[in-house]
Every structure is written in structure tokens, then in C-alpha cells.
Write a protein of this length. Structure first.
Length: 410
């Protein structure tokens, strides 16, 4: 597989907001990093150099970071330039044509993470690029003048981007993979993207749909609980409280609920969500100073349960979930053990059951599990990692006390 060296370029026209811990340049870079990570199977690899132009117009090419990037490209140190949107690279058609020529000469491609749709909406400002000029740019892109390596589909929006953090303070960034042609979204600790030179056993990799659903459920419970209107506001009249109560009940959409989140922190076994004062006040049609700040943070226990490759997230204590495959294999193992005691050989049992001799031996061993371990399995209360595959691969000990000690570490 050919190595594709990727450089990210970010730009913001004004300096407004650049002093923030997570600003527009960070958001652009995070989206680009996630896209590069999703193309790992194509050989894409993120280069460590940063090319960020903050507070500089895109109407010219005299930009320090862009010039450094062009120099690296000319020196054949970059194969792929990744930008959040095309206008981050340039807003001038003439400059765009120059860049395309230079890209072609250096045998370098570029890709924008966000593609513009064909719909046109009226705005408050004149078009940054004349529509006729924009159409020409699109034709140049479609003709292959600057074609990205690999193909991609429109990404589903990750609603928690920039808001989700793990217990180390590391931000979780959107990522995705494909399985059987289906696009699977995740939130992963950023260190998995930033530092691939070593393993990160404490890093998080969570199914995006489940995380979003979990947090939306928690926010919904907090907003719609009895007495929420009185608890979350201050200094309102009875009529205003009645109106707020109705508005709180209307926050039933997952997207609406997640938009209220300012920050969410994950720790093993628990999570904390802080709501945005301004956004909540706007939703409730009251002033920010009328919001009770003590009610903006909500904490709750949550559990992760894994069965094979599948992971499920639960608010509160995870409900008992019986591993039916493991239970069935244990029953089969006990049946085969009885046949062995009755005088059958493993080879004879394999012939009767239509399986391999090795499979009969492996499954028969499951009948040797300690009685209390069997009770927990039947009740669905065994450790998450205690699966058929684990028991077969680890060749667990026959001594019950040693079994308990081994399984306690799962």
C-alpha cells in the first residue's frame, strides 16, 4: 500500500475567538484529522507539521502558513492537502487556478472535508465568490484537476464535536469505519489520532449513535423532571414559569437536546454534562441571569457492556444481559461430557455432531466451570469479557478457586 502523506491547512479571516482554547482553527483541524484517520486503509498518514493562518484573508496567497505548505509540497514532502472547505485554501478563482497548476506540478492532490450543496439560500452579505465563478471551480474539481485519493460519501454530522472529553481531559474526536459497506461512526480520544506511535490502553472509542443517544436521554431526563421549571430558573412570575415548563417539555428532539450541551466529561462508570447558559435561556425565552447556574450540571452513572465485538452503553446500572451463545455452549459441553463419561471418544462425538474433534474438546471444557460462575452466567451477571471465545482461547484452569481469581480480573 502506498503511503499518502497528508498535511492539514486551516485559515480564519479574523482574529476574533482565536484566543479561545478551542477555536475555529482547532475545529477545522479536528474535522480534517478525523477524515484522514478514516482513510487509514488507503494509506493516509497525518504529518506532524501545522499550517494555520489565523486572522488572514483568503483573497490573496501571501499567507505565511500557506507559503510554508507550498514549499513543503514543492519539495515533495506532501502528497495530500486536506482542508475543511475549499474557501479555506483560497477565495480567488485566479489564485485557485495557480494553486491547481502548482499542485499538478508537484503531483499533489487536495480534498475538502465539507462539500457545498447546489442549493442556494439568500443571505445578508454579497456572495464571496461570484456564482458563475463558483460553477467554474466546481467543474475544475469534477474534471479531475485536483482529485482526492480514495472515494468518500457525505459524512453524517457528529453532534458532539468539540464538546466531549475523557477523564484525562483529552477531547474525543469524530471518526468512522466501514463494515460490510455500512459506515459506522465513533468518538475516539484524540491521542489515538495524534500519536499512533504507541498504544493507548486508557483511550476511549465509543459508538457515536449510542453516545449521542445516551447524552440526549440524560439531558431530556433533567429538563422534563417534575419541578424542573422552578429549579432551573430564578425570579420568574407564575405565568412565566408555566411557559418555561411547557418549553422544557418540548425539548424532545435529540439534536435539540445535544445542542444545549456546552461540555460533557466521561469517566469510567460516570459522566457529567454541563448545559450552555445562553442557549438554554434562548430556548426558554428568558434572560441568562434568570437561569439557576447550579442546575446546569448533571451527573449520572453509566455502564459499558461488551459482548464479543458489540458494545452497549447504559445510563445507570447496566441491566442483566444473558449471553445466550455462552449458555448454549455450556449446555452442549455438559451433554458432551456426559457422553465421554458414558464411554464415547471425542472423535466419535465429533462424528455424531458433525463438528471437529478440537471443537468438541474445547466446548466440553466449559462444563468444568465452577458452580457459582455458572450461576452468574445464567443470570447474566458475569464479567463483560467472560465469553465463549475468551474461555476457549485462555484455556482456563480446572481448579475452581483459580477460575475465580482469573475471572475477577476481567
Amino acid at each position: 500500500m502506498r503511503r499518502v502523506r497528508c498535511a492539514i491547512y486551516t485559515r480564519k479571516s479574523s482574529e476574533e475567538g482565536l484566543e479561545q482554547d478551542f477555536n475555529s482553527l482547532d475545529a477545522q483541524r479536528e474535522a480534517c484529522e478525523a477524515y484522514i484517520a478514516s482513510q487509514k486503509h488507503e494509506g493516509w498518514e497525518l504529518l506532524p507539521d501545522h499550517y494555520d493562518d489565523g486572522g488572514i484573508s483568503g483573497g490573496h496567497l501571501d499567507r505565511p502558513a500557506l507559503q510554508r505548505l507550498m514549499q513543503a509540497m514543492d519539495e515533495k514532502r506532501v502528497d495530500q492537502i486536506v482542508v475543511y472547505k475549499i474557501d479555506r485554501l483560497t477565495r480567488s478563482l485566479a489564485d485557485f487556478a495557480k494553486l491547481v497548476d502548482r499542485l499538478d506540478a508537484a503531483e499533489t492532490s487536495f480534498v475538502s472535508v465539507i462539500r457545498h450543496k447546489k442549493q442556494v439560500y439568500e443571505g445578508q452579505h454579497p456572495a464571496i465568490i461570484d456564482p458563475a465563478v463558483w460553477d467554474k471551480v466546481q467543474k475544475m474539481l469534477q474534471s479531475g484537476a485536483a482529485v482526492a485519493r480514495g472515494s468518500r460519501h457525505k459524512a453524517t454530522r457528529s453532534l458532539l464535536v468539540g464538546k466531549l472529553f475523557d477523564e484525562t481531559g483529552d477531547r474525543l474526536t469524530p471518526s468512522h469505519s466501514r463494515k460490510n459497506g455500512k459506515r459506522l461512526r465513533y468518538y475516539i480520544s484524540r491521542r489515538l489520532v495524534k500519536d499512533r506511535s504507541r498504544k493507548h490502553p486508557d483511550a476511549w472509542r465509543l459508538p457515536a449513535d449510542q453516545v449521542e443517544g445516551l447524552l440526549a436521554e440524560l439531558v431530556g431526563q433533567h429538563l422534563t423532571r417534575p419541578g424542573a421549571a422552578v429549579a432551573m430558573t430564578e425570579g420568574l412570575t407564575a405565568a412565566e414559569l408555566n411557559d418555561v415548563s411547557k418549553r422544557l417539555q418540548e425539548q424532545g428532539n435529540v439534536t435539540d437536546r445535544l445542542a444545549l450541551i456546552e461540555r460533557a466529561d466521561l469517566r469510567p462508570g460516570s459522566l457529567a454534562v454541563k448545559l450552555d447558559t445562553e442557549k438554554l435561556a434562548n430556548r426558554l425565552d428568558c434572560l441568562p441571569e434568570q437561569i439557576n447556574l447550579a442546575e446546569l450540571t448533571v451527573e449520572a452513572p453509566f455502564q459499558m457492556r461488551r459482548r464479543g465485538v458489540e458494545m452497549k452503553l447504559h445510563l445507570g446500572e447496566a441491566p442483566a444481559e444473558i449471553d445466550r451463545t455462552l449458555v448454549q455452549n455450556i449446555m452442549k459441553g455438559r451433554s458432551w461430557l456426559a457422553m465421554v463419561i458414558a464411554g464415547k471418544t471425542f472423535s466419535e462425538i465429533a462424528g455424531i455432531e458433525g463438528v471437529s474433534k478440537r471443537r468438541v474438546q474445547d466446548v466440553t471444557n466449559l462444563a468444568l466451570l465452577a458452580p457459582d460462575v455458572l450461576d452468574r452466567i445464567v443470570a447474566g451477571e458475569q464479567p463483560d469479557g467472560l465469553t465463549t471465545d475468551y474461555l476457549i482461547k485462555t484455556r482456563f484452569p480446572a481448579v475452581w478457586s483459580e477460575q475465580r481469581e482469573q475471572f475477577a480480573s476481567l
